[in-house]
Write a protein that binds this ligand. Structure first.
Ligand SMILES: [Zn+2]
Length: 371
C-alpha cells in the first residue's frame, strides 16, 4: 500500500516521511482514528515506506520486491495481528491458519473497512472477536525471531483495543524494550478504550477523517457515479469505509427503509414494527450496527435542518424527505429520537438482545412521535 492510494491527509503523510528522513522513527506507534478512517491503510503505507528499496521523498515505489510482498500482505518481516474468534489453546494454530488468508483478502479488498466489515468478511457476524492471550504469545515469538531479510521487522496490531488486559499486559515488556529494528504499529479505532499502559508506551499518530470532497472523488475514482458518490460522502462524516459501504449498498435502499420505519412508528403499526425487529435481529451484528448508524446520520441531518443550518446533503429526494420529517417533528422531538437511537446503539455494542433493543427503540420513537 502506498501513501498515494490514500486520499488527502497530506500533512500526516509528510510528518511520517519526515520522521523517517530525520532518523526519528519511533519504535512503537499508535495510529488512531475513528472507524472507517484511514488508520489501517496509513499504517500499511508507512510500513511499505519503511521497507521500500526505492523510496522517494513522497512515497514508496510500489514495485520493488518488498512493496509487492507488503501489498499482498505476505512479507516475512511483517507480522499481522488482528481480531479473531477465540480458540482453545490446541486449536489456535488452526484458527490462525484459517483466518490469515481471509484477512489478507479483506485488507486488499477493503483497507478502509472497520471491525464490522471484517466480521462480515470473516463470516463471524455473531461472534465477539478479540486479540487473545495466544495472539500475544505469537507476538512474543515474532519479536524473538530475527528478521528474515535483515531489515526492519514490523508487528502490525490492528484494533489493539480488542486485546484483553491479560494479552495487553503480556506485550508491555516488548513494547517498552524492543530489539533493534523492530517496530510496532498499532492501528486503533478507539484510543480512549486502550489501556494507559499501552498508550503511554506508544507514540500517537492521529489519523483525521477525510474531507467530504476527498471521499467523493475517491468514490468516483472507483466508478461510483457522481450523485451516489456525493450523497455517500456526505453521509459518511469523513469515514471512507462507511462511504464505500453506503455507496455499495446501492442508490438509496437503506434510506427508503428508514423512511418506511419512521412511517411505521408514526402510524403506530405494531405488527410492522415487531416484524422489523425480527428482520433486524437476523441481519447479523455488523449489519445491525451499520443500519443503526445510517439511521442516526439521517436523524442528525434532520436536526441540522431543524436548527436552520444548511444541510450537508444535496440529494433532492433526501433533502425533501428530511425537510418534511424535520418539519413534522420539530427540533425537540428530533433531538429525543436522536438520543434514543444513540442509546440503542450503545446497548447493541454492549451485546444487548438486538430484537428487543430494536423493538424498544421503535416503541420509544413511537411514543415520542405521539407526544
Ligand atoms: Zn518499493
Amino acid at each position: 500500500m502506498q501513501f498515494s492510494t490514500i486520499p488527502g491527509l497530506y500533512e500526516l503523510k509528510k510528518q511520517l516521511i519526515s520522521a523517517y528522513q530525520r532518523g526519528k522513527v519511533a519504535h512503537a506507534q499508535l495510529f488512531a482514528g475513528r472507524p472507517g478512517t484511514a488508520v489501517l491503510p496509513m499504517a500499511l503505507a508507512y510500513a511499505s515506506y519503511l521497507m521500500c528499496e526505492n523510496k522517494t521523498e513522497e512515497d514508496s515505489c510500489g514495485t520493488c520486491a518488498n512493496c509487492v510482498r507488503i501489498n499482498k500482505l505476505v512479507h516475512p518481516d511483517i507480522h499481522l495481528h488482528f481480531p479473531k474468534v477465540s480458540a482453545a489453546e490446541n486449536k489456535y494454530e488452526k484458527v490462525l491458519a484459517e483466518a490469515i488468508p481471509t484477512f489478507r483478502e479483506f485488507v486488499m479488498e477493503s483497507p478502509f473497512g472497520d471491525l464490522e466489515a471484517w466480521t462480515r468478511k470473516y463470516g463471524q457476524e455473531n461472534k465477539n472477536l478479540l486479540i487473545s492471550r495466544q495472539d500475544s504469545r505469537q507476538m512474543l515469538k515474532n519479536v524473538s525471531m530475527r528478521s528474515v531479510e535483515g531489515g526492519f521487522k514490523i508487528l502490525l496490531i490492528w484494533i489493539p483495543e480488542l486485546m484483553n488486559s491479560s494479552s495487553a499486559n503480556a506485550i508491555l515488556k516488548i513494547l517498552e524494550e524492543p530489539p533493534e529494528k523492530t517496530i510496532y504499529l498499532l492501528a486503533s479505532y478507539s484510543y480512549d478504550s486502550l489501556l494507559a499502559t499501552i498508550t503511554s508506551r506508544t507514540q500517537l499518530v492521529n489519523v483525521p477523517p477525510n474531507s467530504t470532497e476527498e471521499i467523493q472523488s475517491y468514490l468516483e475514482s472507483r466508478g461510483v457515479e457522481t450523485k451516489n458518490a456525493n450523497q455517500s460522502a456526505k453521509l459518511s462524516e469523513g469515514k471512507i469505509g462507511l462511504a464505500l459501504h453506503v455507496a455499495e449498498a446501492g442508490e438509496s435502499q437503506e434510506y427508503e427503509d428508514f423512511q418506511r420505519w419512521m412511517l411505521e412508528c408514526w402510524n403506530r403499526n405494531l405488527t410492522g414494527l415487531v416484524h422489523r425487529s425480527e428482520v433486524f435481529s437476523k441481519s447479523g451484528k455488523a449489519m445491525q450496527k451499520t443500519n443503526l448508524n445510517f439511521a442516526i446520520s439521517l436523524i442528525r441531518n434532520a436536526v441540522v435542518h431543524s436548527s436552520g443550518q444548511q444541510l450537508p446533503s444535496q440529494n433532492e429526494a433526501e433533502v425533501s424527505f428530511i425537510g418534511k420529517f424535520a418539519d413534522k417533528l420539530g427540533i425537540h422531538k428530533l433531538e429525543k429520537v436522536y438520543e434514543l437511537s444513540n442509546e440503542a446503539l450503545i446497548h447493541l455494542e454492549r451485546n444487548s438482545n438486538p430484537r428487543i433493543t430494536h423493538l424498544n427503540l421503535s416503541l420509544d420513537i413511537t411514543r415520542v412521535l405521539a407526544s
